[in-house]
Design a protein around this ligand. Structure first.
Ligand code: 13P
Length: 251
């Protein structure tokens, strides 16, 4: 079923003690918050097991990536099975920073998705155009291709486990948010692309999150749009008050 979700992506921030402290703070805040959405934090690999030990089941935990191989001689990589063994339930895949800086292609992402799903992890699959594509008007085609190439090998049942996140690259960490209308237009477009492949019911049951300079001050307007089902939050997820301010946008 389609859910409203606010997920934090901590990226490469916080040492282990800092991360555990932040997770405890969010966990405590959530206990008294009466949140009207699911709340997830995605942390560096090194933090997962320790964070899992200090949070309650109300707060979801995810990784920010996983390997495109199941196991073996891949020095420095962390497998989906390893992530799942920490107690994490989610994994962000295809974040634009992974696509841009670490050369992640749709082919690599298909491997990661299969492994994540095989290990019971719910993928948070990111798509989004760069500024040039926004400006030259190709953004709808770019995002459609990312969705088709990354996800359309999945069965309808597998696809039903995927959470999507639309993150325009020009809005990530820049303080420049997409307008609520731009987010709505793209989310509706993504949903229609999904409907074309899996049918309207599957499309209507898919959660599509917006990411890119989401803050307590703009989350309410963006989340109010009919096809926006929450947010994937970077910078503002690193301060408990800001993160909870975004969670409170669903009331
Ligand atoms: P910011 O919220 O810092 O713009 O980051 C968004 C993002 O990339 C979440 O995955």
């Amino acid at each position: 079923m389609r859910k409203n979700i606010v997920a934090g992506n901590w990226k490469m921030n916080t040492t282990l003690p800092e991360g555990v402290a932040l997770a405890k703070e969010v966990n405590e805040a959530l206990k008294s918050a009466d949140a009207k959405c699911d709340v997830i934090i995605c942390t560096p690999f090194t933090h997962l097991a320790s964070v899992n030990a200090v949070i309650d089941s109300k707060l979801g935990l995810g990784a920010e990536n996983c390997a495109d191989h199941a196991s073996g001689a891949y020095t420095g990589e962390v497998s989906a099975a390893m992530v799942a063994s920490t107690g994490a339930k989610y994994v962000i895949l295809g974040h634009s920073e992974r696509r841009q800086y670490y050369g992640e292609t749709s082919a690599i992402l298909r491997e990661k998705l299969a492994l994540a799903l095989a290990n019971g992890l719910q993928p948070i699959f990111c798509v989004g155009e760069v500024l040039e594509q926004r400006e030259n008007g190709t953004y709808n085609d770019v995002v459609k291709a990312q969705v088709e190439e990354g996800l359309f090998q999945l069965s309808a049942e597998e696809f039903g486990k995927v959470i999507l996140a639309y993150e325009p690259v020009w809005a990530i960490g820049t303080g420049k948010t997409a307008t609520a209308e731009q987010a709505q237009d793209m989310h509706a477009h993504i949903r229609s692309v999904i409907a074309g492949k899996y049918g309207q019911e599957v499309a209507d049951n898919t959660s599509i999150l917006y990411g890119g300079s989401c803050k307590p001050s703009n989350a309410r307007e963006i989340f109010a749009k009919p096809d926006v089902d929450g947010g994937l939050i970077g910078g503002a997820a690193l301060k408990c008050a800001d993160f909870m301010g975004i969670v409170a946008a669903f009331d």
